[in-house]
Design a protein around this ligand. Structure first.
Ligand SMILES: Cc1cc2nc3c(=O)[nH]c(=O)nc-3n(C[C@H](O)[C@H](O)[C@H](O)COP(=O)(O)OP(=O)(O)OC[C@H]3O[C@@H](n4cnc5c(N)ncnc54)[C@H](O)[C@@H]3O)c2cc1C
Length: 426
């Protein structure tokens, strides 16, 4: 099949920028346009709650590609402009300044918006949401020694912000409505460990807590603190709302593309094609069938955006798509680099290897979740290299020996080898 006459990517974030790169790397030489609503060149979001939130100097390292990349690769990067409409019949995209772009293939990489808390809408004084570089800059200006920061939401993002705020000397409280941290992403024993780690680092966690009301200053508008359903008031100089993501599917919905009723994402096939095969969708806004979950899901992760970018680029050019990788995710918080391989599932048995003392200077441990001896989910704290070594056991479905794993006095490499040998056909 002939290469597409033109490709337009809407959304100049992680997925969009990586897809543009992948298209050129696969040999596509036709017109390629990348449209971004934000004024900045594409940048990575993970540092926004970590290094960039701490230090303005870290901003330059967050760029996805060097600034010369787009001109060198003949990619038309249009920044600070929103795509307003997608006309499938005419194969055109209309931009906010009236420009109309024709497309042969269109890729939607529109990400999402931070979910808003009705009681603390965007624009309220002292209230911060953290999705964009400008959001991170606004919050960074408030993080100083002694500032009272209240984080609403004890998910990965909320905990990272809490950790960074503590590192800048702020006093931090975290409000989480669930009874434990990240109940859908972490096994209960690790959840408890992480809560103890956060507390040992100075965060005041309020689990199973809800906001009953917002206490306001004399102007009746500026929050002075949050009143919990327990009656406790948490005074605040800054309030960070981190309660999840709303996928950005405005264009897709208006254009009549199929939207997943379960997660609000644009429903796509294994090649990231939407219900219109000339329009593809990737990243946080896309809902794709996941074999390891047995259902459609949106994955909000850096790895997923990157991998789907490669898959969609290959699909647009009718090239062979790369094999789906094992799901992997990382977070940095409370002095720990935490990496996760695979996905949790209710009936897994977890075995722990390493030093599980939450207050340790540099704890190092791995929780391995297995079913009938098959590894399914791994959570490594400051042990990324170990988890990397174990990856082969996950990918090949090699039965493991949990007792041998738990023995941290024995080296990991020989244990992995022994598992592989035991699983090899005689
Ligand atoms: C603070 C923070 C920390 C994170 N930390 C981690 C982490 O530690 N590990 C991890 O794996 N993941 C992390 N993530 C998640 C990861 O960054 C996202 O999953 C990833 O950025 C998704 O890429 P995307 O391309 O789908 O969306 P985005 O990167 O959000 O890009 C979407 C872009 O599309 C633009 N856009 C939307 N609609 C339009 C339109 N109509 N016209 C023009 N432009 C439009 C948006 O403005 C945005 O710039 C973090 C995210 C955040 C916000």
């Amino acid at each position: 099949m002939a290469a597409p006459a033109s490709i337009v990517i809407v959304g100049a974030g992680q997925g969009g920028a990586m897809a543009a790169n992948a298209l050129r790397a696969l040999g596509y030489t036709g017109p390629l346009t990348l449209i971004g609503r934000e004024p900045h060149a594409p940048y990575e979001r993970p540092p926004l709650s970590k290094a960039v939130l701490r230090d303005a100097d870290a901003e330059h390292a967050a760029a996805i590609h060097p600034h010369t990349f787009y001109a060198e690769q003949d990619i038309r990067l249009m920044r600070g402009i929103e795509a307003l409409a997608l006309d499938r019949a005419r194969r055109e995209i209309r931009l906010a300044d009236g420009t109309v772009l024709a497309y042969d293939r269109c890729l939607l990489a529109t990400g999402g918006q931070a979910r808003e808390l009705p009681a603390l809408p965007r624009g309220t004084p002292k209230v911060h949401y953290v999705r964009t570089l400008d959001d991170a800059r606004g919050l960074r200006a408030c993080l100083r020694a002694g500032a009272r920061v209240v984080v609403v939401g004890g998910g990965f993002l909320g905990l990272e912000v809490a950790s960074t705020a503590l590192a800048s000397g702020a006093e931090v409280a975290v409000i989480e409505s669930a009874q434990r941290l990240l109940p859908n992403a972490l096994p209960a024993p690790f959840s408890r460990w992480l809560a103890a780690r956060a507390a040992a680092s100075g965060a005041r966690l309020r689990l199973g807590a809800r906001i009953a009301s917002v206490a306001c200053e004399a102007d009746g508008r500026t929050p002075a603190g949050l009143v919990l359903d327990s009656g406790e008031t948490l005074p605040a100089d800054a309030i960070v709302v981190a309660i999840g993501l709303q996928p950005e599917v405005t264009l897709a919905r208006a254009a009549g593309l199929e939207i997943d009723p379960h997660n609000g994402g644009i429903r796509v096939d294994a090649c990231c094609r939407s219900s219109d095969p000339d329009i593809l969708a990737i990243g946080d806004c896309a809902s794709q069938h996941r074999d390891f979950l047995g259902r459609h899901a949106r994955l909000e992760s850096w790895q997923n955006a990157n991998e789907q970018a490669r898959v969609a680029a290959a699909a647009m050019l009718d090239a062979e798509p790369p094999a789906p990788p094992y799901p992997w995710f990382w977070t940095d918080q409370f002095g720990c680099n935490i990496q996760m391989l695979g996905m949790p599932d209710g009936d897994l048995v977890y075995t722990c290897r390493g030093d599980a003392e939450p207050g340790a200077q540099a704890p190092r441990l791995i929780w391995l979740g297995h079913r009938d001896g098959l590894p399914v989910h791994g959570v490594a704290v400051n042990a990324a290299a170990d988890l990397r070594q174990m990856r082969v056991l996950f990918e090949r479905g090699t039965r493991i020996d949990p007792a041998g794993f738990a023995d941290a006095s024995a080296a990991l490499k020989p244990w992995i080898k022994a598992c592989q040998q035991a699983a090899a056909p005689a």
